[in-house]
Design a protein around this ligand. Structure first.
Ligand code: ADP
Length: 494
């Protein structure tokens, strides 16, 4: 395993405090919780266990900052420059951020650097440009008997609570914070208890960029206490959540008290369809990447692989061959291609799914079990001989496990099967036939469809789910509507 850099060691040495009103603070209760390295199971740091009292303090700070001259009266141009500067500083500290991410989440440091950190900087740079372009409309109206001038203004929705998961800790923070800051909102961000480190470092970076006190507050703590308090807080105007569909439902209930606005980015069980005419040199590694990227801990993971009957064996075995060669190890080792799952809870969850699959008759072409020894490792797994009603086919596993299934009738049945899910986040199609590609893409009930590629994300593209995969969209221009209120103003000009 590679040694940690001095900067990263320095960062984790002191108990991590929360960012409230521009200052670093311990929990009111004084409690701390351990932060674990999933590659070894060892405690690497301690973080403040924030709860209701800390959330309340952070929300009040965010409310005061929302009204403060320094934030509310900042020109769009200055706000845009500030958001851009945060993107620049993320790149300046990219290596350190990637190391913290690898240590805390377990993902390979090379992936953290090229994907998580790079995309986090991108969303700030992309959003910065919108700060000066959030304009309303002049609208002619048809009321008789008057002469009216009507226009709309886009105003910040207010104090936003943001709750994020552990699979892309820095990137999820960036996807949430960048549009909120661009639109002039203020934020209380509750990071996942499994992975608090990189978002806290981002907090330092935002202060270095010149963010006024209280505009972003960062709470570490548990979902049932700190997260629930934020979702229910009466002074929060909007809640933006990324995580499991079950917790998404709790958020909706908690938000009902003051009817705060809600956006949700939830689970998935994404179909990935390989047609007979696909270029298999691209489709086979593509299907492997679709499921094994980030150890399958992606809400978009291509976890249901549908392959034309005639090429099924070649594709399923091809993906299994890739799986068998994937190098498992600590995220800090540059040779590692797949790290551990994030926690023992996730390890047990994924192994439980594997057991249920085998009990119901599935077979593994590769993997199928945890790796013995320290850390929370699961072997990359390709399951075959499944049936549509099996748990492993219907439920989100959130680990490196794909179910591969043959199909015969491309025109109707495969679309029905692909859409036969409570989820609708993403889907993939592999074909050389451009007509079929468009036709299938239009029929799939998913917020993102990738053709001859997978896991392609860009700050300019809206991202979100159909059905129980969520409400609203992240990124692109689409996200801005969720962080602004449109006000219609009508003036009688006589
Ligand atoms: P996962 O199952 O992937 O861990 P969760 O949906 O449980 O995802 O967690 C995502 C985020 O939601 C985390 O920050 C977690 O602390 C938070 N969370 C969990 N339970 C609740 C809750 N009842 N209310 C608010 N937030 C919660």
């Amino acid at each position: 395993m590679n040694a940690l850099s001095v900067k990263a060691i320095d960062f984790i040495r002191q108990p991590k405090q929360m960012l409230i009103n521009g200052r670093w603070e311990s929990a009111a209760s004084g409690k701390l919780f351990p932060v674990t390295n999933p590659a070894t199971g060892e405690t690497i740091a301690h973080a403040a266990e924030g709860d209701k009292a800390d959330v309340d303090k952070a929300v009040k700070a965010a409310r005061a900052a929302l009204e403060s001259k320094v934030w509310a009266a900042m020109t769009p141009s200055d706000r845009g420059k500030l958001v851009w500067r945060i993107g620049d500083l993320i790149l300046k500290y990219a290596d350190e951020l990637a190391e913290l991410e690898a240590l805390d989440n377990g993902k390979p440091v090379t992936v953290a650097r090229s994907a998580d950190v790079a995309l986090a900087a991108d969303i700030f740079h992309y959003m910065a440009g919108w700060a000066t372009k959030l304009h309303g409309l002049t609208i002619p109206i048809s009321i008789s008997g008057g002469n009216f001038h009507s226009y709309t203004r886009l105003e910040p929705v207010g104090v936003v609570g943001q709750i994020i998961p552990w699979n892309f800790p820095l990137l999820m923070a960036a996807w949430k914070l960048a549009p909120a800051l661009t639109t002039g909102c203020t934020v209380v961000l509750k990071v996942a208890e499994e992975t608090p480190l990189s978002a806290l470092r981002l907090g330092e970076i935002m202060l270095e960029a010149g963010l006024p006190d209280g505009v972003v507050n960062i709470i570490t703590g548990f979902g049932e206490t700190a997260g629930a308090a934020l979702a229910a807080h009466p002074m929060v105007d909007k809640i933006a959540f990324t995580g499991s569909t079950d917790v998404g439902r709790l958020i909706v209930n908690a938000a009902a008290g003051n009817l705060k606005k809600v956006t949700l980015e939830l689970g998935g069980k994404s179909p990935n369809i390989v047609l007979k005419d696909a270029d298999l040199d691209v489709a086979i590694p593509g299907a492997a990447n679709a499921i094994f990227f980030n150890h399958g801990q992606c809400c978009v993971a291509g976890s249901r692989l549908y392959v034309d009957h005639d090429i099924f064996d070649e594709v399923a075995e091809g993906v299994a061959d890739i799986a068998k060669k994937i190098v498992l190890g600590s995220g800090l080792d540059p040779q590692t291609q797949m790290g551990p799952l994030v926690s023992d809870i996730q390890l047990n969850r994924v192994c439980g799914f594997l057991d249920s699959g085998f009990q119901e008759g599935a077979k593994a072409l590769s993997g199928g079990k945890k790796r013995e020894g320290a850390g929370y490792f699961v072997e990359p797994t390709v399951l075959v001989d499944t049936t549509p009603q099996m748990k492993v086919v219907r439920e989100e596993i959130f680990g490196p496990v794909v179910v591969a299934m043959p199909f015969k009738d491309v025109d109707e049945k495969i679309i029905q099967q692909a859409n036969d899910s409570i989820y609708g986040l993403a889907a993939g199609v592999w074909t050389r036939d451009v007509g079929k590609a468009h036709k299938i893409a239009h029929q799939l009930k998913a917020g993102t469809v990738w053709v001859n590629c997978y896991n392609v994300f860009d700050a300019a593209l809206p991202f979100g789910g159909y059905k129980q995969s969520g409400w609203g969209r992240e990124m692109g221009a689409a996200v801005l509507t969720h962080y602004t209120e449109s006000k219609a103003i009508t003036i009688n000009i006589g």
